[in-house]
Write a protein that binds this ligand. Structure first.
Ligand code: B12
Length: 214
């Protein structure tokens, strides 16, 4: 891996809040794209932290700290993403489902979708299905991106699907899911339209949805 990207990975793994901005900036200065920094630096760093958490080497405090380091690094990345391209393709409603407060992946998805030309309506974390459906109605959006990291919260996906069906909107709205506990199998079981492993894949999915609906 590129040395500068590896330094971003290490900064997250070592929870180096003071060093992350400088390291992200070094990547940007050397011409590494924001998308590469997100996918190969920030996301990989968090994968390692997640693994160490699973293995009992890191605890909740480290998770929180790693989250803060990533947020700080992301401010540098988002500063160079081009907002001028935003809003041309249509509106996407994104949210982390109710009961789940993980926001980093959703925020990255939002940032990448904006850069790819979408108007992003970000409802935040811990969002009830009813709020998502209300927003779809009031905004006229046909696209929903749900972030789900906790296995215990997968039932929330079904609530969104059922709520849309009850509102008579299911046929005209496309839903994608992503996040640590999601998979194609889960997408099939929840009867949503797609699963995306990465935020970059998310942009391809929404482009595909749009093409199919128009
Ligand atoms: C950071 C973190 C936290 C931070 C979150 C900080 C924040 N501000 O977001 C804090 C400390 C708050 C936290 C809390 C908890 N966490 Co936590 N956390 C993590 C960790 C280490 C990283 C998550 C992350 O940000 N990853 C980086 C981002 C970039 O990745 P991502 O979210 O997957 O997103 C990428 C893709 O998935 C995709 N994507 C994401 N969403 C979407 C949506 C769409 C539509 C698409 C297309 C793509 C897409 O795009 C992103 C970029 O490519 C994970 C471990 C892991 N491997 O995921 C555990 C993890 C998710 N947490 C876990 C747990 C158990 C908890 C707690 C319950 C711990 C506790 N005992 O209290 C609480 C839950 C609180 C709650 N109610 O939500 C477990 C979940 C296990 C499970 N299967 O249910 C994990 C997997 C750790 C583990 N291995 O045990 N956590």
């Amino acid at each position: 891996m590129n040395e500068l990207l590896a330094a971003v990975v290490t900064a997250i793994d070592e929870m180096d809040l003071d060093g992350i901005e400088e390291r992200v900036q070094a990547c940007l200065d050397s011409g590494i794209s924001p998308e590469e920094i997100i996918e190969q630096g920030i996301s990989r760093g968090l994968d390692i932290v997640g693994q160490k958490f699973e293995e009992g080497e890191y605890f909740l405090g480290e998770l929180v700290m790693a989250g803060e380091v990533v947020k700080t690094g992301m401010t540098r990345v988002s500063a160079v993403m081009d907002p001028a391209k935003a809003k041309q393709k249509g509106k996407v409603v994104i949210a982390t489902v109710e009961g789940d407060i993980h926001e980093i992946g959703k925020n990255i998805l939002g940032m990448i979708l904006s850069t790819a030309g979408w108007e992003v309506i970000d409802l935040g974390v811990n969002v009830p299905a009813a709020t998502i459906i209300e927003t779809v109605k009031s905004s006229g959006s046909q696209f929903i991106g749900l972030s789900v990291l906790l296995t215990t919260m997968i039932g929330e996906i079904k609530k969104v699907v059922d709520g849309l069906t009850e509102a008579g909107l299911r046929e005209q709205v496309r839903i994608a899911i992503g996040g640590a506990c999601c998979s194609q199998d889960l997408a099939d079981r929840m009867a949503v339209d797609a699963y995306g492993e990465t935020a970059v894949e998310g942009t391809r999915i929404f482009d595909r949805f749009k093409e199919a609906l128009s």
